[in-house]
Design a protein around this ligand. Structure first.
Ligand code: FAD
Ligand code: MLT
Ligand code: ZN
Length: 476
């Protein structure tokens, strides 16, 4: 195909969706669709298509299948494993779900909410709240990620220890398959044992098995009060001890338990000084805890204060504050969620999203820290994450003042190998919540059970024999 002759598929897509919703680089700046969130990789799309409804998604897939052109689905493009942008070939169609953002139905007796895949997560939370309920999925990118992307990645976030991952919050899906057929699965049923669980197969498949077009989600009662505390802890082992105490004394009221290392917080202090990180110089680690209470704020505070008193007496907490107002609560969460951006501001870095059994976290951190410090003099470790789920963002930043691009060229592969081998030693996973995308697809065979990987390849081939949906992501 010469550069000047448009691909015949574009004509077909324009007839189906209208000219305004088939974007090409010669007419529009496509960088927001083609660039990954961390700005490490830029792809090139044949076209960006923006269908308005499920039927149009089906039309796009059928037209692409006929033309043997592959399709990359995209929601908010906040994914951190380079799975939502096209490759560099200029031959893939990027299918954006952004226009499919309607709330279709709320069933307050069934405690369900049905939304289209392109709904921004924050809007889903707000729709639930307006109906008097809680939709608990919560993550730093919630102002721009979509529920379709959350389900496609089985996103985690900060409420998993109480409410589960995105998977646990979804009862039904509507999906366009690789043949363009529509799988109508928005049942809202809590019990349905009529064979293989296709919903759970699609969740976490990162756009490689089907395009999620709508979802039926679980709603929960809104807590009467949510209190947040910030605790300085002497060590990772003490943070784990505090987690045990919090489970014991708060029970199902414990809805958040995040750990942050001192260096991670020093980056927030450096790049966002106005956030005024509390106590950050006093201790090597900090914990942000959330207690949700179905009775009252006074009840929540009493239980929280009792827990912290026990923890002080035990010695696993050195100092702590309990937020006194909603704005202080928001600020504490904002500090935690600003670590990612503060790291971006500090410069290129190596990101990890690992999980190990919670009981192994102290040894994992001690041993892996030692390995990395021995390998790279002056290396800076940005360790934070969802300790309550055994999930750490165990990130590696270049030594102070180093040329960050050179640091990545020289050390990225070695660092990944050291960290992943350590994860394997402790029985963990190299991707806890962000997914595989194209960043980890080549590492997966070294760390995934070979039989599991083989089954995954068979499933991919059975559902997408032409390999049209997000090729090169998750499995090869
Ligand atoms: P995209 O980035 O657009 O896509 C992600 C993947 O899903 C791609 O493979 C894409 O092809 C596929 N996909 C998207 N939509 C569909 C669809 N409708 N059907 C089929 N496939 C689809 N993640 C966490 O798990 N926990 C966190 O705490 C967290 N915090 C974050 C904080 C920040 C500041 C940022 C930038 C990211 C964070 N993430 C987190 C990562 C990211 O937000 C999640 O992976 C999120 O679920 C991606 O949603 P998205 O709509 O942006 O998807
Ligand atoms: C988080 O927990 O803040 C996210 O998963 C983002 C990140 O890993 O940087
Ligand atoms: Zn996370």
């Amino acid at each position: 195909m010469s550069n000047t002759a448009p691909h015949p598929l574009l004509q077909t897509l324009r007839e189906r969706l209208g000219h305004a919703h088939v974007l090409t680089a010669d007419q529009t700046d496509l960088s927001s669709y083609e660039q990954d969130w961390r700005k490490r990789i830029r792809g090139k799309a044949l076209a960006v298509v923006r269908p308005a409804n499920t039927l149009e998604v089906s039309d796009v897939i059928k037209a692409c299948a006929q033309a043997r052109v592959s399709v990359v689905p995209q929601g908010g493009n906040t994914g951190l494993v380079v799975g939502s942008i096209p490759d560099a070939s200029g031959t893939q169609v990027l299918l954006s779900l952004q226009r499919m953002n309607a709330v279709r139905h709320i069933d307050t007796d069934n405690l369900t909410l049905t939304v289209e895949a392109g709904c921004i997560l924050q809007n889903v939370q707000q729709a639930a709240e307006q109906a008097g309920f809680l939709f608990p999925l919560s993550l730093g990118a919630e102002g721009s990620c979509t529920i379709g992307g959350n389900l496609a990645t089985n996103a985690g976030g900060t409420q998993v220890l109480r409410y589960g991952n995105a998977r646990d919050l979804c009862l039904g899906l509507e999906v366009v398959t690789a043949t363009g057929d529509v799988l109508h699965g928005l049942s809202g049923l809590r019990k349905d044992n009529t064979g293989y669980d296709l919903r759970n197969l699609m969740i976490g498949s990162e756009g490689t098995l089907g395009i999620i077009t709508a979802a039926t989600l679980k709603l929960f009662p809104m807590p009467a009060a949510q209190l947040t505390a910030w605790a300085a802890v002497p060590s990772v082992a003490d943070a784990v001890k505090l987690l045990g105490l919090a489970h014991q004394h708060l029970g199902a009221g414990l809805t958040g338990f995040e750990m942050m290392g001192q260096f991670a917080l020093s980056l927030v202090d450096k790049h966002y000084a106005h956030l005024r990180v509390p106590l950050w110089q006093d201790s090597p680690y900090y914990v942000l805890l959330e207690n949700s209470d179905s009775e009252s704020e006074a009840h929540a505070r009493e239980r929280f204060e009792h827990l912290l008193e026990l923890a002080f007496n035990d010695g696993c907490v050195r100092d702590a504050i309990v937020a006194e107002s909603l704005s202080q609560t928001r600020n504490l969460w904002h500090i935690r969620e600003s670590i990612t951006l503060a790291q971006v501001d500090e410069g290129l870095n190596i990101k990890h999203d690992i999980s190990v059994p919670i009981s192994s976290i102290p040894d994992f951190v001690a041993q892996t820290d030692a390995l990395l410090k021995k390998e790279i003099a002056g290396v800076r470790l940005v360790n934070f994450g969802h300790l309550g789920d055994g999930n750490l963002h165990y990130n590696v930043q270049a030594p102070e003042g180093a040329d960050t691009a050179a640091f990545l060229r020289e050390h990225e592969d070695t660092v990944n190998t050291l960290v992943y081998q350590s994860v394997r030693k402790f029985g963990g996973s190299i991707s806890a919540e962000h997914g595989v995308g194209s960043m980890k697809v080549d590492s997966l065979p070294d760390y995934k059970d070979p039989v599991a990987l083989h089954c995954m390849q068979h499933i991919k081939h059975a559902l997408d024999p032409q390999g049209l949906l997000n090729p090169g992501r998750v499995v090869r």
